[in-house]
Design a protein around this ligand. Structure first.
Ligand code: ZN
Ligand code: ZN
Length: 319
C-alpha cells in the first residue's frame, strides 16, 4: 500500500541524464546545437536553468495488456472458375510459414489459398471439352442434297436428278463438335478455397499509457517505458479505486488534467478488462511525469520528459 509520497526527480537530474544520453547518441548534434564557436565543447556548460523554458508537473498511468487478436477470421468459401480465369486470381500460400502478425498484414483477412487449387472435370461435357450435336447444315445426315434439273436431248426435256455430296460443315459425319460453353473446351473447371490468413492469435505485452501532458509523443514514450519498466519506479496499484484515492497524496501535486487522465485510463482499463481478446498482464502504475519545454542555444525547440521517481526514472525527448 503506497502511503508515502513518491519523490519526483529534480530538474537538474533529469537534464543531466538527458544530456548525457543525447551526447552518447549524437554528440555532433549536441555540439551543433549547444556549442560555442572557438570554445572547447563541454556538457557541463549546458545547464537546465539556461535552456529549459517551461516545466509542467504531470502524471502518467501505465499498464500492459496481452492482446489476443482473437478468433482468426472465420469463413470458407469455394469458388469455381474456368481455366483462363485461374491466372487472374491472386493466390496466397502459407505453407511452412510461421503465424502471421495481424498488425503487419496488408490485405484481406480471407484470401484464396494456392494449396486448395484443384481441377474438377466439367460436368456439362463430362470432361471431354466439347459437345456433339447433330450437324445443323445437313441435319445430321452427313450429306447435302441438291435437285438438279437436267435438260435431256434435242428436245431438252427437263429431268430431275438428285445431287448429293458430303456436308462440309461436319466432314460428312453428320455430327458437329462444339466447344463446351461451361468449360470453354478446357475439359476441367478449377476450384479453390478462400480461407483465413493464419494469424498469430496472441501478441504479448502491448503498453497502454495515459498521460496528463498534452503531448504527441505519448505512444513513443509508452513504448520506451514498456521496455524498461523494471528500471523505472512508479507506484503500483491493483485497481483504479485505490489509485484514485491515493494519486494526489502520492504525487504531492495535482491538476485538472491529471484527474481527467485517471478517469480516461480507468475507463480504458475497464474496456480491456471486459474485452475477451485482451488480458491485462501488469498492475497499474502511476508515474510522476515532468514535461519540459526546451530551446537550444541555436534556437531549436524540443520537449523533454521524465517518468519515474527521483531514484529511478527514464527520460524521453524528441531532440
Ligand atoms: Zn465442358
Ligand atoms: Zn453436316
Amino acid at each position: 500500500m503506497p502511503d508515502v509520497r513518491i519523490k519526483t526527480p529534480n530538474l537538474d537530474d533529469i537534464w543531466l541524464k538527458w544530456k548525457q544520453k543525447a551526447a552518447r547518441t549524437d554528440r555532433k548534434k549536441m555540439e551543433k546545437q549547444f556549442g560555442t564557436k572557438g570554445a572547447v565543447f563541454s556538457l557541463d556548460a549546458i545547464s537546465a536553468a539556461e535552456y529549459v523554458k517551461d516545466t509542467n508537473k504531470e502524471a502518467a498511468i501505465y499498464f500492459a495488456i496481452k492482446k489476443s487478436l482473437g478468433a482468426a477470421p472465420k469463413g470458407k468459401e469455394e469458388t469455381t472458375v474456368t481455366a483462363p480465369r485461374v491466372g487472374r486470381v491472386q493466390f496466397y500460400s502459407f505453407k511452412g510459414a510461421t503465424k502471421i502478425n495481424k498488425d503487419d498484414w496488408k490485405g484481406d483477412e480471407i484470401v484464396p489459398h494456392y494449396e486448395t487449387l484443384q481441377a474438377v472435370p466439367c460436368k456439362n461435357c463430362r470432361g471431354k471439352g466439347y459437345i456433339e450435336n447433330k450437324c445443323k447444315t445437313c441435319k445430321g445426315t452427313g450429306k447435302i442434297e441438291e435437285n438438279l434439273t437436267i435438260l435431256v436431248g434435242q428436245e431438252q426435256n427437263k429431268e430431275k436428278k438428285v445431287f448429293s455430296y458430303p456436308c462440309g460443315a461436319c466432314y460428312g459425319t453428320g455430327n458437329r463438335s462444339e466447344p463446351c460453353k461451361e468449360c470453354g473446351g478446357h475439359k476441367n473447371l478449377y476450384k479453390y478455397e478462400d480461407l483465413p490468413v493464419p494469424f498469430q492469435t496472441v501478441v504479448t505485452g502491448v503498453p497502454i499509457l495515459h498521460s496528463s501532458a498534452q503531448t504527441k509523443y505519448e505512444k513513443e514514450i509508452g513504448e520506451d517505458l514498456h521496455k524498461m519498466i523494471e528500471e523505472v519506479e512508479g507506484i503500483r496499484f491493483s485497481d483504479f479505486k485505490e489509485l484514485e484515492s491515493k494519486a494526489e497524496p502520492s504525487l504531492g501535486y495535482w491538476n485538472k488534467n491529471i484527474k481527467k487522465t485517471i478517469n480516461a485510463a480507468s475507463s480504458d482499463y475497464k474496456t480491456h478488462d471486459k474485452d475477451k481478446e485482451s488480458q491485462i498482464t501488469t498492475q497499474i502504475y502511476l508515474f510522476p511525469m515532468i514535461q519540459m519545454f526546451c530551446e537550444t542555444k541555436r534556437g531549436s525547440k524540443f520537449e523533454l520528459y521524465s517518468l519515474g521517481s527521483g531514484d529511478k526514472f527514464m527520460t524521453y525527448s524528441n531532440f
